[in-house]
Ligand binder design. Sequence first.
Ligand SMILES: [Zn+2]
Length: 290
Amino acid sequence: MLILVATVIHGNERSGREAFQRFFKILTDEKLPIRAHIVGIQGNIEAWRRNVRYVDEDLNRLWTREHIRRIRMGAFHPRTREEKILVKLVQAIRHYRSKLRPRQLIWLDLHCTSSPRGTFVVSTRHHANLFLASQLRIPLVLGLDHILHGTAIRFFSEIRNAVSLAIEGGQIGDPRAVHVHHAVIWTALKAARLIPREYFDIVAPHEKFLTEISEGLPHKLLVRYAHFIDSTYQFKMLPGFRNFDYVRKGMLLATQWDGPVYAPISGHLLMPLYQPQGGEGFYIAREIKH
Ligand SMILES: [Zn+2]
């Protein structure tokens, strides 16, 4: 088993990196007998140094089949800083996979949102992903993989024997996001049956914490709408929105270059954008019961 914990794929979403360091210290201090290779990955380290989402372009939109194919063939010529990072990451991951030949690979991609209450797991509908996601006790968001192209979780979900999830830990800069990411790492390892029974008491408080912070929130949602923007849109979200806020069709949500932006459908707001960089202003998701 190979566990890849990806942090700072977006440079200003810093909590995952801190959480992994905290996790790794406990792992080594307690000398936990875990039968897996666990690798922490620092994604956009250059953007992390500058505390921005990205420098030239969004690293989490570059993992397309075409890019990966050309990197493998040695025919990819990076032009931006993020493309250079992509090449390094793909080569490093390839190195671990060929050296360790893991029967299963888990990609945990740790992110944050620019709006409050952003704790949820993003999964595809692949069975193995859904299984692990459902063990994490936080709201599950489906359907983003059909909307966003070139994300790392989509790339990994297409690899055989790979489980791939993105975990939104909370609002950027909120210390609680570090707790969430830390708790998710432990909970995911237990769900993957990697924690021996005699160590379950290390994980129990994390599971309890994740259950508590998710109380009252929808369990499972399907994204039905994404409001795409670019830097020329002058997009400005109205203040005060949080993740999971219920909005009704026609409600004023934001303004942009051509005027007011109204909710095109009713549903739960996800990831309303409160930072200058980003390609989506907000998403609207509907709760699903099955
Ligand atoms: Zn992110």
